[in-house]
Design a protein around this ligand. Structure first.
Ligand SMILES: [Zn+2]
Length: 236
């Protein structure tokens, strides 16, 4: 019989985490882990518009963010706690906290001698058929620069050397709204012809004043403005 919500101090639970990877007792001493499913729903129902400072528009307010329901280590139903005002799904069995850290990705804006920018039309979902900045998710153990060179080689066959970091923007990816942090680089190629891989239906060069009206992801229009502004102001 359900005896109601069981509450245990986070201090005891988290510090008994068998893997010894985290101990946040000092910061969440006064919080409690709730084992009721309703408590996790408080995490899940957090409006997405408060999540992204960019208000990227790919989530409507009230649409659940992709918090996991179950602990990836032991399969227990996650509860919810609040830390510094942020709802955090937490496992009452092992203390795992699902921080929802964004997944890092690189976006590489390649330009040629005519200061045209190389874009790829997506061959697959999500956002199939939309123009995209070449790039992708970083692999474990590689730097952002290594990821940029690898993705460009894979998707376009180009070899890039010079990379200029332009900045980063948060967004979400795919139907589950996975949070991403997108690191943008500007690169230059000369005397190379790009070849589209399976990821791209088409590759094309665009002048800065004739860019596509809609890009695959909301943050990319901002990145293209960064690149065009940099090209106008400086030489690579
Ligand atoms: Zn667990």
């Amino acid at each position: 019989m359900d005896s109601g919500p069981r509450r245990r101090p986070v201090q005891a639970t988290v510090c008994s985490f068998a893997r010894g990877l985290i101990c946040v007792a000092g910061r969440v001493r006064n919080s409690a882990i709730h084992n009721k499913r309703d408590s996790l729903d408080l995490c899940v129902e957090r409006p997405a518009k408060n999540y992204s400072p960019m208000t990227m528009g790919q989530h409507e307010p009230g649409v659940p963010l992709p918090f996991h329901k179950y602990c990836p280590y032991d399969g227990a139903l996650l509860g919810c706690m609040t830390e510094h005002g942020h709802p955090r799904p937490i496992c009452s069995q092992c203390g795992y906290i699902d921080y929802q850290n964004p997944r890092p990705a690189v976006a590489v804006i390649v330009c040629n001698d005519a200061h045209q920018l190389l874009l790829a039309r997506r061959a697959a979902e999500p956002r199939k058929g939309h123009w995209d900045i070449p790039g992708g998710f970083m692999e474990a153990h590689e730097s952002a620069e290594q990821a940029a060179r690898r993705e460009i080689a894979e998707e376009t066959g180009l070899t890039i050397s010079d990379l200029q970091y332009l900045g980063s923007l948060p967004d979400v990816y795919g139907p589950q709204g996975v949070p991403t942090i997108n690191l943008c680089f500007l690169a230059r190629v000369a005397d190379q012809t790009p070849q589209a891989s399976d990821d791209a239906a088409e590759l094309a060069w665009f002048d800065c004043d004739r860019l596509p009206e809609e890009m695959a992801f909301a943050h990319q229009a901002i990145m293209l403005r960064w690149a065009c502004g940099r090209l106008k102001r400086t030489e690579l």
